[in-house]
Write a protein that binds this ligand. Structure first.
Ligand code: KG4
Ligand code: ZN
Length: 387
């Protein structure tokens, strides 16, 4: 296949890639991801149980949705259908492997935008039926939750994970590859959605997280008294929609008063908003850590995943909370925090090695809570269902 016309990139910088390795006697997993707006394929090799990423290809869709102010599910699904096969071929080529050398095919089977999830599941089923290779359905959230275990110096089970992205926000205790306790999560928007909305309201470029963070660096976080939703509630749940509305009101008041926004206003609004998000996440992380520490884990660890984990102010706050409680803090490289298929190949590989198998009855699930003891989180955002 040719690279022409295909925008392949690894987001967020370097990830350990080992192309063309000798694969004899190892378990090779092809992973596919298409649950939101990234079409991704990756190959992960397990050797003595240790995973290595051989290739990881992510093709974004930002340009397709730009004019609509959010992800259009039908456009996303069509783009996945058009690109998945080429992205898969590219991942195999970069790993210097053929499909025949793959031991199993892992695919995100939910939760997410159903059209996109279906595109991946159908391709994976086709590949599995044509080659006779085992098929493994992976929960996208499990992919994120198990990412710390993909790192060279990963944590021991159980660890606490804060997943903060454009589609999700939840605290999970990861006990094992198929055993998760959800301590709490957002009851409305995900923080990334709130960052993106803030950027839109202030005329800053998308994705909103990096542009809001850059503006905030110049701003005064104390000028606007933004709310800290649910900060007093005695649980690990979060809410971000009220914060978004407070920002809208503050912006409108300034526009009414001055006829527009000055540069300093924008910076102060961003700084105040970011501080409120970081405050709430820090307080709730402390609460989640206290609950997790009651399990008396041998090597306590707080890990963070999701695109919002790129935020330096937030990372520093979380690291501080973990440090206060004597807990190790892990933030994987950004390319593994944002949506990618290496995490799906990895989670699928762990399932494969543990003997889990799916068959051609595997279905695509828009909702799929990781913690089966708990009800699905309410709400469906711009990026699909919350869990
Ligand atoms: O995990 P991700 O790539 O996609 C999903 O949401 O599944 O996360 C993307 C989100 C976007 O909402 C983006 O604005 C946010 O992560 N983000 C950030 C930063 N970088 C990306 N939010 C805050 N600060 C950042 N530096
Ligand atoms: Zn995700």
């Amino acid at each position: 296949m040719s690279n022409q016309g295909l925008r392949c990139y690894l987001r967020g910088g370097a990830v350990a890639i080992f192309p063309g390795s000798d694969v004899d006697g190892r378990t090779i997993i092809l992973g596919l991801e298409s649950s939101c707006d990234d079409t991704a394929a990756a190959v992960v090799c397990f050797e003595n149980g240790r995973p290595r990423i051989l290739s990881s290809v992510v093709v974004g869709q930002d340009d397709l949705h730009l004019a609509f102010g959010g992800i259009v599910p039908e456009i996303a699904a069509r783009a996945h259908v058009e690109k998945l096969d080429r992205v898969t071929e590219e991942a195999l080529t970069r790993a210097n492997l053929t499909l025949a050398q793959v031991d199993a095919i892992a695919v995100t089977a939910g939760p997410g935008l159903i059209g996109g999830v279906l595109s991946g599941v159908m391709l994976a089923k086709g590949l599995s039926a044509a080659t006779g290779k085992p098929l493994i359905g992976v929960n996208h959230l499990a992919g994120h939750a198990l990412t710390p275990a993909l790192l060279e110096d990963g944590p021991e089970f159980p660890y606490l994970l804060l997943l903060v992205s454009g589609g999700h926000c939840q605290f999970l205790i990861v006990h094992g590859i198929d055993d998760f306790t959800r301590l709490g999560g957002t009851i409305d928007d995900a923080p990334g959605e709130a960052f993106d909305k803030t950027a839109r309201l202030l005329g800053l470029p998308q994705p909103g997280g990096p542009s809001v963070e850059a503006e905030a660096a110049r701003g005064d976080a104390r000028r606007f008294a933004f709310p800290r939703p649910l900060i007093q509630s005695d649980d690990c749940n979060l809410s971000f929609s009220g914060l978004k509305t407070a920002l809208l009101r503050a912006r409108d008041a300034l526009v009414a008063e001055q006829g527009g926004l000055h540069r300093a206003d924008r910076a102060d609004l961003c700084a105040g908003f970011q501080e409120a998000v970081a405050d709430v996440l820090a307080v709730k992380s402390r609460r989640a850590l206290e609950a997790y520490l009651r399990l008396d884990p041998g090597a306590p660890c707080l890990a963070v995943a999701g695109g919002v984990a790129a935020n330096k102010v937030l990372r520093a706050r979380l690291e501080g909370v973990a440090g206060d409680l004597g807990v190790r803090f892990i933030a994987p490289p950004l390319a593994l925090c944002t949506d990618n298929a290496a995490m799906i190949a990895h989670a699928g590989g762990l399932r494969h090695l543990a003997g889990f198998r799916d068959d051609l009855t595997l279905s695509a699930r828009p909702r799929w809570p990781l913690d089966r003891r708990q009800p699905a989180l309410l709400g469906s955002g711009r990026k699909g269902a919350k869990a």
